[in-house]
Write a protein that binds this ligand. Structure first.
Ligand code: SAH
Length: 258
């Protein structure tokens, strides 16, 4: 029998109502940030399960404190269907509707860690482009580690759902776009990082063109032999270095909008 985290004990509709966010002013920067309020009665529980998830990720080798901090802060249960909240902090991908899935936390952590690369510890990455907003979870994670996040989705239904999911978090640095991410998003370029949540046959030329020198692309891509692997591209002043990393299973990158 698999052990399910004991969360949430109960997440009734009345408890899940959006509440006024708390404003917090950082002592270090003096910058006002928003701490989203959790549904009453489950807040502490969800924090405890999230902490356990982060501890597991650290045990699996995720070392960057920025990534662990981000996954510890973003409430993944807010992004999945209410029937699936019990599984929100397990290391599993989950359906988000329209045949698409939210990636497992370990894959999100690994990809964001690769995206950050050798950016000096503690520093934020600059502008990031995400292809495949889905439910918006990874965009919220990216918002914790990058200055600006442009996230593009080709399915109108999911684009709208992500907007709903992200609204209560009030992340001013996330910009949701509806369109075909194969073409990137030239208006936001150049990007310090580009991350794809859907796997293609090749990394589109537009992404490489829109990447800043010194930037990284991390994208699931079909590699020789037919398997899908994480592909890391690093752009220098003179070349684009490509590395093929571990095998992954992402939904397909598709052209056009729907
Ligand atoms: N990062 C997402 C994962 C979503 S799954 C999350 O946290 O939920 C991948 C998404 O990529 C799907 O929603 C799919 O519709 C989208 N997608 C596939 N091809 C795309 C394209 N060309 N442009 C934009 N989005 C695309």
């Amino acid at each position: 029998m698999t052990r399910r985290p004991g969360f949430p004990a109960q997440l009734g509709p009345s408890q899940a109502k959006p509440q006024q966010p708390q404003r917090a002013v950082s002592a270090r920067t003096g910058v006002s940030s928003v701490t989203p309020l959790r549904p009453q009665g489950v807040g502490l529980d969800s924090e405890a399960v999230r902490t356990r998830m982060v501890t597991r990720l650290a045990g699996q080798g995720v070392a960057d404190p920025r990534v662990l901090g981000a996954l510890g802060r973003v409430e993944r249960h807010r992004f999945v269907d209410s029937a699936l909240v019990n599984q929100a902090y397990e290391d599993t991908s989950l359906p988000i509707g329209l045949g698409q899935t939210i990636s497992k936390p370990s894959v999100v952590a690994r990809m964001v860690e690769l995206l950050l690369g050798t950016t000096p510890g503690g520093a934020r990455l600059g502008r990031v482009l995400e292809i495949g907003t889905g439910c918006g979870y990874q965009a919220a994670v990216l918002a914790q580690v990058a200055t600006e996040v442009y996230s593009i989705e080709r399915l109108r239904g999911l684009h709208d759902r992500a907007r709903e999911n992200l609204r209560p978090l009030r992340l001013a640095n996330v910009h949701l776009l509806f369109g075909d991410g194969m073409e990137g998003f030239a208006k936001g370029a150049p990007y310090a990082g580009i991350i794809a949540a859907a796997g293609g046959e090749a990394v589109p030329r537009a992404w490489v063109d829109q990447l800043a020198v010194g930037g990284r692309i991390i994208a699931p891509t079909v590699v020789p032999g037919g398997r899908q692997s994480l592909m890391l591209l690093e752009k220098t002043a003179t070349e684009v270095r490509r590395s093929i990393l571990e095998t992954v299973h992402f939904v397909p990158l598709k052209s056009g909008i729907a």
